[in-house]
Write a protein that binds this ligand. Structure first.
Ligand SMILES: [Zn+2]
Length: 469
């Protein structure tokens, strides 16, 4: 049959115009009388210049099977929209302009008397109404009554397979006994229990000591939430996981001690996952004595430079599975920048827009990690752990064609990235980096062209995920 022999193209470019031509080939192969069979991109250094290398396999149109490009990159595992002031439309637009193609949001804690199923269905409806990229959810659990235990199976069947529980914040915390009960129900049905792990009473004691000494300024914020609170919570929860034979996901691992607690649990046979966040990989605790320190008040706190180095080791050697933004898009009015007492500041900061460019810059340019390690930490490990693989996080036949083309030579400043809410603040405003997303395809449709939001793809964007087998 005419055209049956595939044609291989190798495109090596630092030229954005060539990238544009290539994207045309990707999104409209039929207009060229060609069918796209596969597309794999890598990067290499030629001379002094980092260069994009794309291997495209095409075939003349005929009766041959037509495969789309399968490239999945950019999964943000931690977007805290229940706490914040942006919509799914705004947050997902900011995310995709920054090269994030999938994010996992949360179902807000249940209101008194509200059923878990109702809370989850409301969240799915809100996502489908306005999100422009695929969004999954971790339901937050703040009760362990029989109704919740019954609903856990139902929401896992709906595709919400990972959960978040809190060991602090009095309005939502679960006791160790509740955690045990909920973990059993979740793991029995193939779900993944996850935790905000800071021991509430140790936080209370640390803060009492500081208050007694009159140390309530932002410079003392990190001391008010010591690593000891994280490690004691992680140790206890991992012992429960071991007893139950349950997997466990630890959200926002902030430093060396918490990561060691997770790896210690693995050493005794616990299937324990560690998520860290962009801010722990970017900043250290000197921000609390620098300009506008209120911008960095979030929890668990940003820790020392040595902690940050240990997290990068974990990214490089595979002990860290995911990097979330822990995006909390407060307006300036809510964040209260004039507050000088750390107890008056709401915890959290925005960051969904900068996660991928910052992770690329830090991983590839600063820490010298391979592009392969970047793609693993940016998407693949999280996709595997959170029931999205191989639909997400893989370049395969049958996977979603979520493709991010990064121009590795393009420089950026934090303020170049579009915020998701007006009148907000940006802890990354003064940061610089190199490597900027130029084109983004979501499920095969181009939605960012040359750095501009191009066209929202209609349709439901709630992303159901698979339970563990
Ligand atoms: Zn948390």
């Amino acid at each position: 049959m005419a055209g049956a022999t595939p044609i291989d193209l190798l495109v090596v470019t630092v030229d954005r115009r060539l990238l544009d031509q290539l994207i045309q080939l990707l999104v409209a192969p039929r207009s060229h009388g060609l069918k796209l069979l596969s597309c794999v991109q890598t990067w290499s250094t030629i001379g002094q210049q980092r260069t994009i290398v794309k291997h495209v396999r095409i075939r003349a149109a005929g009766n041959q099977p037509c495969w789309r490009a399968q490239v999945s990159r950019g999964i943000d595992t931690h977007v805290d929209m229940p706490q914040t002031e942006d919509s799914f439309g705004q947050a997902t637009r900011a995310a995709v302009l920054g090269g994030t193609t999938t994010l996992i949001d949360f179902v807000p804690p249940m209101a008194p008397g509200q059923r878990l199923v109702e809370a989850v269905e409301n969240r799915i409806a809100a996502i489908n109404a306005s999100a422009v990229i695929d969004v999954g959810v971790h339901p937050m659990l703040n009760r362990a009554d029989d109704q919740v235990l019954t609903d856990i199976k139902t929401v896992i069947d709906l595709g919400c397979t990972s959960f978040k529980m809190f060991t602090t914040y009095p309005e939502n915390l679960v006791t160790d006994g509740d955690a045990w009960r909920l973990m059993r129900a979740i793991s029995d049905h193939g779900g993944l229990p996850g935790f905000h792990a800071e021991n509430h009473t140790i936080l209370g004691e640390a803060q009492r000591e500081l208050v007694d000494q009159g140390r309530t300024g932002i410079a003392d914020f990190a001391a008010s939430r010591p690593a000891l609170a994280e490690t004691t919570a992680i140790n206890t929860l991992c012992l429960l996981a071991k007893e139950l034979g349950s997997p466990i996901w630890i959200f926002h691992v902030s430093g060396a001690a918490a990561l060691r607690a997770v790896t210690d649990a693995r050493a005794i046979g616990v299937e324990a996952y560690a998520e860290t966040c962009t801010h722990y990989l970017t900043f250290d605790d000197t921000v609390f004595t620098g300009p506008e320190p209120w911008r960095y008040v979030l929890s668990p706190p940003i820790r020392s430079r040595a902690d940050q180095a240990m997290l990068w080791d974990g990214v490089a050697n595979g002990t860290v599975q995911a990097v979330g933004s822990d995006h909390n898009a407060y307006s300036l009015t809510t964040k209260r920048p004039t507050a000088t007492d750390f107890r008056e500041l709401p915890l959290g900061a925005p960051g969904v827009q900068i996660r991928t460019p910052m992770l690329w810059h830090q991983a590839v340019n600063v820490h010298g990690l391979s592009v392969g390690t970047f793609t693993e930490i940016s998407a693949e490990r999280a996709a595997r752990a959170l029931g999205m693989f191989p639909r997400k996080g893989a370049i395969r036949v049958g996977s979603d064609a979520d493709l991010v083309l990064i121009d590795p030579t393009a420089s950026w400043q934090g303020t170049d990235l579009e915020p998701s809410v007006d009148n907000s603040f940006d802890p990354y405003a003064d940061e610089h980096g190199r490597g900027r997303p130029r084109h983004v395809l979501s499920r095969g449709h181009q939605i960012v062209r040359d750095g501009e939001f191009f066209a929202p793809q209609g349709g439901d964007r709630f992303l159901p995920r698979s339970p563990r087998s």
